[in-house]
Design a protein around this ligand. Structure first.
Ligand SMILES: NC(=O)c1ccc[n+]([C@@H]2O[C@H](COP(=O)([O-])OP(=O)(O)OC[C@H]3O[C@@H](n4cnc5c(N)ncnc54)[C@H](O)[C@@H]3O)[C@@H](O)[C@H]2O)c1
Ligand SMILES: [Zn+2]
Length: 404
C-alpha cells in the first residue's frame, strides 16, 4: 500500500443522541518511475523503492512474472535473481520469480488468485514485505487483488510491461479479476506502493499490443489536453513506427494525465457516478464482451472514441470536422475502426451494442454519466444518450470504412 500518513485523529468522534459518527482520512502517496533496464544491477530504482520507508531492513520479496513477458525475454527470471543477488543487504527474494498465466486467462479463473495467495502464505510474506508484479494489465490486476487481500493488504510494486499498463491501468488504484464472464467483478481499490515503468519492455511487445495501448493516449488527450492531442497528430509517423523517444513521451504524458485525474479529480475510489477517464468506454466494454475479447481493450476503445466523437458532433456539442481528424489520427496509428459487432442485430432487431449503455449505467450503479467532447481537450458529461444519434454515428463509421 502507498499510504504515508497515519489516519488523522484530530477530530474526535461526534456524538449526537444514539449516533456516534466515525471519521478519518488517510493520505496516499506512491511514486511512478520511468526508467530503462530496471533489473540491470547498477539501476538503483528498484532497490531504492524497496527501502523507501525502511532503509535498514532486509525485505522479503515475492515476484510474480507474466509468462508472456518471459517468453519474449527468456533471460528475465535470471535478471531478477541477479539483481536481488547484487543487493543482498536489502532484498531477500523468497523464491525464484514465479511465472503466472499472461493475458485475460489469469483473470478468468479464480484458482489463480487462491494459488498465489497460498504462495504468499507459504513464503511468510507479511505486511512489511513486498509483492512484486511484472506483466501486462491483466497480470497486474490479478496480482494486485492477491496483494490487496492477503493479510488485508501487502505492499505491491507494479512493473507494467505493456503500453496500456504503463500509460493507464498500471498507474491507477484498481485491481480485479472476472467472475463467470462478468468483467472485473471481483476487485478492490488499493493504491500500489510504487509503479516502475521500464520502457525496454515495450520493445518486446508485438505490434498489435503497441498500437492498442495508444488508444488511451488519444482518449485522455481528447478529454484533458489539447496540446497533447496536437503533439500526437504531429508525431503520427514516429508513433506508427514505434520510434522509442516518441513512444516514451506518449506513455509518460498519458500516465501523468491519468495520475492527475485520479489524484485531483476528487473521486479516486469512484464513489460517484462520473467516470471521466471512460470516454469511449461504454461501447468499448460491449465490443470486448461481444467479441469475447478477440478485440483488444485498446482496439475497442479506439472504435468507442470514434463513435462518441461523431456523437458529440451530432449532439451539437462539437464542431463538425473534428470527428474526421480524430478518426484519421486513430487510423494512421494503426487502428481498424470497425468490427461487424458494431452494427450487428439480434433476432428481435435490437442492437446488442446499444445494450452497452444499460450495462454502463448498471456498472456506475447510479445515474448514467457519459463523457463526450465539447472541444479538443475538453470533455463534458451528459446523462443521456439518444439511440437514434448513436445509430447515426455507427452508420457514419461504417460508411467511412467502405471509402477507405
Ligand atoms: N486496473 C485498471 O484500472 C485497468 C484499466 C484498464 C485495463 N485494465 C485491464 O488490463 C487488461 C489488459 O491489459 P494489457 O492491455 O496490458 O494486456 P494483457 O495484460 O492482456 O497482455 C496482453 C498479452 O501480452 C503479453 N505481454 C505482456 N507484456 C509483454 C511484453 N513486454 N512482451 C511480450 N508480451 C507481453 C501478455 O502475456 C499477454 O499475452 C485487461 O484485463 C483490462 O481489464 C485494468
Ligand atoms: Zn481503457
Amino acid at each position: 500500500m502507498g499510504e504515508v500518513a497515519k489516519p488523522s485523529v484530530s477530530e474526535a468522534p461526534a456524538t449526537s443522541g444514539s449516533v456516534c459518527l466515525q471519521r478519518f482520512t488517510v493520505a496516499y502517496e506512491y511514486p511512478v518511475h520511468f526508467t530503462e533496464r530496471l533489473f540491470a544491477p547498477g539501476n538503483a530504482v528498484l532497490r531504492d523503492t524497496i527501502t523507501r520507508l525502511e532503509r535498514e531492513r532486509r525485505h522479503r520479496c515475492i515476484v510474480f512474472v507474466d509468462d508472456g513477458v518471459c517468453a519474449a525475454r527468456p533471460s528475465l527470471i535470471d535478471e531478477v535473481e541477479t539483481y536481488a543477488g547484487a543487493h543482498p543487504a536489502v532484498i531477500d527474494l523468497v523464491a525464484t520469480p514465479i511465472k503466472v498465466a499472461g493475458g485475460e486467462k489469469i483473470k478468468n479463473e479464480l484458482f489463480h488468485v487462491e494459488w498465489m495467495q497460498g504462495l504468499i502464505q507459504e513464503h511468510r510474506i507479511d505486511r512489511h514485505s513486498f509483492v512484486i508484479a511484472v506483466g501486462g494489465g491483466a497480470v497486474l490486476d490479478a496480482v494486485g487483488l492477491v496483494a490487496a487481500t492477503s493479510h488485508r493488504g501487502i505492499r505491491l510494486i507494479r512493473i507494467p510491461t505493456t503500453v496500456l499498463s504503463q500509460n493507464d491501468s498500471g498507474v491507477g488504484v484498481k485491481n480485479s479479476v472476472n467472475l463467470k464472464g462478468s468483467k472485473n467483478f471481483v476487485g478492490t481499490f488499493a493504491p500500489p506502493f510504487a509503479v516502475l515503468n521500464d520502457l525496454t519492455f515495450i520493445d518486446d511487445l508485438p505490434p498489435r499490443e503497441k498500437i492498442a495501448g495508444m488508444a488511451e493516449a488519444v482518449k485522455v488527450a481528447l478529454i484533458r489536453d489539447a496540446d497533447f492531442f496536437h503533439w500526437l497528430e504531429r508525431n503520427i509517423d514516429a508513433l506508427s513506427l514505434f520510434e522509442p523517444s516518441a513512444m516514451a513521451f506518449m506513455i509518460r504524458r498519458c500516465a501523468e494525465l491519468h495520475m492527475h485525474q485520479i489524484g485531483h479529480g476528487g473521486d479516486p475510489f469512484e464513489c460517484g457516478s462520473a467516470r471521466p477517464l471512460d470516454f469511449g468506454h461504454w461501447a468499448a466494454h460491449k465490443i470486448e464482451s461481444l467479441t469475447r475479447n478477440h478485440v483488444r481493450h485498446g482496439e475497442a476503445v479506439a472504435i468507442g472514441i470514434a463513435l462518441d466523437t461523431r456523437y458529440s458532433v451530432l449532439a451539437g456539442l462539437l464542431t463538425p470536422g473534428i470527428e474526421d481528424r480524430v478518426a484519421a489520427l486513430l487510423e494512421l496509428l494503426g487502428f481498424r475502426l470497425w468490427h461487424p459487432v458494431v452494427d450487428a442485430r439480434a433476432t428481435d432487431g435490437s442492437s446488442p451494442l446499444l445494450q452497452g449503455i444499460s450495462d454502463f449505467r448498471e456498472h456506475l450503479g447510479g445515474d448514467l454519466t457519459i463523457t463526450l467532447l465539447e472541444g479538443i481537450g475538453r470533455g463534458v458529461e451528459v446523462h443521456e444518450m439518444d439511440e437514434r444519434r448513436i445509430l447515426e454515428a455507427i452508420a457514419w463509421l461504417k460508411a467511412r470504412q467502405s471509402v477507405r
